[in-house]
Design a protein around this ligand. Structure first.
Ligand SMILES: *[C@@H]1O[C@H](CO)[C@@H](O)[C@H](O)[C@H]1NC(C)=O
Ligand SMILES: *[C@@H]1O[C@H](CO)[C@@H](O)[C@H](O)[C@H]1NC(C)=O
Ligand SMILES: *[C@@H]1O[C@H](CO)[C@@H](O)[C@H](O)[C@H]1NC(C)=O
Ligand SMILES: *[C@@H]1O[C@H](CO)[C@@H](O)[C@H](O)[C@H]1NC(C)=O
Length: 263
């Protein structure tokens, strides 16, 4: 389930990629120019962001070294701990060495924004991925109903037709005398999946038969699991994604990231 979160995070990798446009980091490190940045007072600012995101995506699969932003496809997460508490299912799962691929297949379906106040930033991005695959190691322990479970092994998850919306809110802050936007709110508003295929070894520690049954069960009822886990996925999305996007927003002054005027 963790992969859903990764998908969502990755979409913001793309947003960063765009914003990295032609900027200069403090300290004088020049960021390569990838395209004209969208101007905040452009009547169709959101449309400009949508096009730019979509067009620049293929250029950023290897990340942005100048901004210390790592590769996006495959996207790598070394370790992530997720707690679940959804009534009958509770516990925790530690994911390690997770690689997620397919993120470059993203379609930006819509962008809505409010950048009219220079000290306030709000944007929603709707996205679609035809197919995303995550692989890695996991270690889980928890309770399903009254049944304690423990598992440790490898997993891979393939999600088809993933759609969702990310919502960002930021406020102006001064850093070294220059206005930056600090993202305070970074949410996965909605997320839907067309189909999900889960593979994992050793879901029930040391019991191959039960592990196979558990896997079959999860594949059959993945929609229910997804619903139950969504709040946790959203929490993880915020926890990993917000510092990640601020790494960009706090490094590049706002007027360079998204200039206020048309040239
Ligand atoms: C805004 O830009 C988008 C993306 O380029 C385009 O599809 C849309 O027609 C534009 N809207 C207006 C009002 O120009
Ligand atoms: C780059 O990012 C990595 C991982 O987030 C971090 O450990 C490292 O300190 C960062 N390096 C710089 C120069 O910011
Ligand atoms: C998941 O792992 C299984 C077992 O190693 C493998 O047969 C399958 O092809 C993998 N699926 C993906 C999408 O990598
Ligand atoms: C994904 O969506 C397409 C277009 O709506 C549909 O044809 C396809 O069957 C879907 N695939 C899955 C695995 O849900």
């Amino acid at each position: 389930m963790n992969k859903l979160m990764l998908i969502a995070i990755a979409i913001f990798g793309f947003a960063f990629a765009y914003f990295a446009n032609a900027a200069v980091i403090k300290g004088g490190i020049v960021i390569p120019t990838y395209a004209e940045p969208c101007k905040r007072n452009d009547k169709n600012f959101s449309g400009c962001i949508k096009n730019t995101l979509q067009n620049l995506l293929p250029k950023f699969s290897n990340g942005i070294p100048e901004l210390n932003i790592s590769a996006l496809d495959p996207f790598f997460l070394d370790e992530y701990l997720l707690h679940y508490d959804a009534g009958d299912i509770s516990g925790k799962c530690l994911y390690k060495n997770v690689y997620t691929s397919g993120l470059m297949g993203v379609k930006i379906t819509d962008v809505r924004s409010d950048v009219s106040d220079p000290d306030y930033f709000e944007m929603e991005i709707d996205f679609y991925f035809p197919k995303v695959i995550s692989t890695g190691n996991y270690k889980a322990e928890g309770i399903i109903g009254n049944f304690p479970v423990q598992g440790k092994g490898i997993f891979n998850v393939t999600a088809f037709n993933v759609t969702g919306t990310t919502h960002l809110i930021g406020h102006g802050v001064e850093i070294d005398g220059e206005k930056h936007i600090k993202i305070s709110d970074f949410r996965l508003k909605e997320q839907e999946i067309g189909d999900l295929k889960i593979f994992a070894t050793n879901l029930i520690n040391g019991n191959p038969e039960l592990s196979q049954m558990a896997l079959t069960f999860m594949n059959q009822f993945w929609r229910i699991f997804h619903q139950l886990m969504l709040p946790n996925i959203q929490e993880g999305f915020e926890k990993v994604g917000r510092p990640f996007i601020n790494q960009l927003f706090l490094q590049i002054p706002y007027d360079q990231l998204l200039p206020p005027n048309r040239k």
